[in-house]
Design a protein around this ligand. Structure first.
Ligand code: GAP
Length: 515
């Protein structure tokens, strides 16, 4: 059986395309970098993941409500949030290959190479010393390994200082000192490093009216901040309370790679939790715990997650961490949890001239609330599901199957109804059963190809149950139900179908684990 580390992003990408989950955007024109379309199965899986998040946030929490703010916002929003001035990546071009890179990514990849050298030294030493090998001692004392580690520390330190102070020349110096070459052409003929703002800009209104520059939102959170008082007042919300939102965000990412991990148009699921100043750390820990519980209940495997606490925080945050997931390319950020203080609301107060304070009846005073934010990318979550659920299995008879072991409640299609053969009245009977089931479940019907081939196809899509209608069905109204994961079959009456399958595919099975 395969696990995530053995599965490549390439395999996932091609499986996702072959089975109608994800297509490159406008593919007939050779696609558009880092933009993707969700196909007939992809959209169902995405809807289910979104529903799981929304219900966990809005339905299960009395003090959280949802909104759906517009993508376009007043341009001053982005001045206040700091995105106009500081939402930048350091960009560098190779003059020979004409390829564009993020300077910090080039340096990070260089560091990863040095780390690879350390690992090689350790593997060699482990072989040489056998059982008596002490890895930690070797790391501390071997001069060559120590040299590599000192080098990594020095590069990291210089990069941090340069990034924090916006010293782009410092980044260029590292690239030159370390003789970092273009990974594609091997050339070291680099331009200077420049800041590149990640927001997409367009114009609103006609030129005659005097068009205004306007941005496609780079995060959904600001739509929540600017509506915080509207919601608080109309919903009569009392602190602590939360506002949740799901929606598209846009970033002109310099590096378009890693499939749907880093896209230029993507979807975020964000929740801002407004709390009394001084209580934010308590709520920050609360939301860390709640969010990892939510991930664990989804069933992708506890070992695939880890927290990464930020030591260096943005100036407005007083605590921050990522929930990382083990993707095929290693542990990477899936969700961010940030204690953002009162930075955003205060900034909007200053720029708008409007008070954004909350009157606390119990304390008989007004204050600007502090905010704890949870922010997860829906597309990244989708990739986490695909990459952890995709298995290439060798079966007992020596044949193999590709199967998506998607948690049943999230599967795009819950039940496939399959007449054993396309004659003898079996298709008609199967369609009758389908007509009943489709009120409760997402179903599909197939009669083409052998039953074995049809099972394989449903495995590849991730359909948890296949219901086969055979000649016995015509006699006693029973069908076989095949379980995708065990491939075992049981025979039950058609009247029991809804109940037996319903229990296993209901989203409530996940939600109940959260209470
Ligand atoms: N409001 C906070 C915020 O936007 P972020 O860490 O920049 O924080 C939050 O983004 C989440 O959005 C990330 O953890 C990731 O899951 C997702 N995300 C960010 N950029 C993305 C991109 N280019 N493509 C896909 N998902 C992205």
């Amino acid at each position: 059986m395969s696990d995530i580390a053995d599965i490549t992003l390439k395999e996932i990408t091609s499986h996702a395309k072959e089975y109608g989950f994800i297509f490159p955007s406008s593919e007939i024109y050779d696609g558009l970098g880092a933009v993707y379309d969700y196909g007939q199965n992809g959209v169902q899986l995405k809807n289910n993941l979104r529903e799981y998040w929304w219900k966990a946030m809005v339905r299960l929490n009395e003090n959280i409500v949802g909104i759906d703010a517009a993508i376009f916002m007043h341009p001053t929003t982005w001045k206040a949030s700091g995105h106009v001035d500081a939402f930048n990546d350091p960009l560098i071009d190779n003059k020979d290959s004409k390829k564009r890179y993020r300077a910090d990514n080039l340096i990070e990849d260089h560091i990863a190479k040095i780390e690879g050298k350390i690992e090689k030294e350790l593997t060699k030493a482990a072989k040489r010393f056998g059982e008596s090998f002490d890895r930690d001692m070797y790391l501390e004392t071997n001069p060559r390994v120590k040299g590599y580690r000192d080098k990594i520390d020095a590069i990291n330190q210089k990069m941090k200082v340069s990034m924090d102070s916006g010293d782009l020349g410092g980044l260029k110096e590292i690239i030159e000192e370390e003789k970092i070459a273009d990974p594609i052409s091997g050339s070291r003929n680099w331009t200077d490093v420049r800041q590149f703002n990640l927001m997409f800009k367009t114009e609103m209104g006609s030129l005659a009216e005097g068009a205004n520059d306007i941005y496609l939102r780079p995060e959904t959170a600001q739509g929540i901040f600017v509506n915080y008082l509207n919601v608080q007042k109309t919903g009569r919300m009392k602190i602590p309370f939360g506002i949740a939102q799901v929606g598209k965000a846009f970033r002109n990412e310099i590096i378009a790679r890693q499939f749907i991990f880093r896209m230029r148009e993507f979807e975020q699921m964000e929740m801002q939790f407004f709390v009394k100043p001084g209580e934010e750390m308590e709520w920050y820990h609360h939301w860390k715990e709640k969010r990892i519980q939510w991930h664990n209940a989804l069933g992708l495997g506890h070992d695939n997650y880890r927290f990464h606490d930020h030591l260096n925080m943005a100036h407005y945050a007083n605590a921050a961490c990522d929930i990382e997931f083990q993707f095929p390319m290693g542990f990477k950020e899936l969700e961010g949890i940030h204690s953002r203080t009162d930075f955003d609301l205060k900034a909007h107060e200053e720029h708008s001239g409007k008070k954004l304070q909350y009157f606390d009846n119990q304390e008989d005073r007004s204050y600007v609330p502090y905010v704890v934010e949870t922010s997860i990318g829906l597309d990244r979550l989708f990739l986490a599901v695909l990459s952890s659920c995709y298995k290439n299995e060798t079966l007992e008879d020596g044949s193999s199957r590709a199967v998506l072991k998607i948690p049943p409640a999230m599967a795009p299609i819950k039940i496939a109804v399959l007449p054993l053969v396309a004659k003898d009245g079996l298709p008609e009977k199967a369609r009758k059963i389908l007509e009943e089931l489709r009120f409760d479940f997402e179903c599909t019907y197939e009669e083409k190809d052998s039953i074995g081939k049809r099972y394989r196809r449903q495995d590849a899509i991730g359909t948890p149950f296949s219901v086969t209608v055979d000649h016995q069905t015509l006699e006693d109204n029973t069908v076989t139900v095949r379980d995708r994961d065990t491939m075992e079959q049981i025979r039950i009456s058609t009247e029991e179908l809804s109940e037996v399958v319903g229990k296993k595919v209901s989203i409530n099975t996940l939600l109940h684990q959260l209470s």
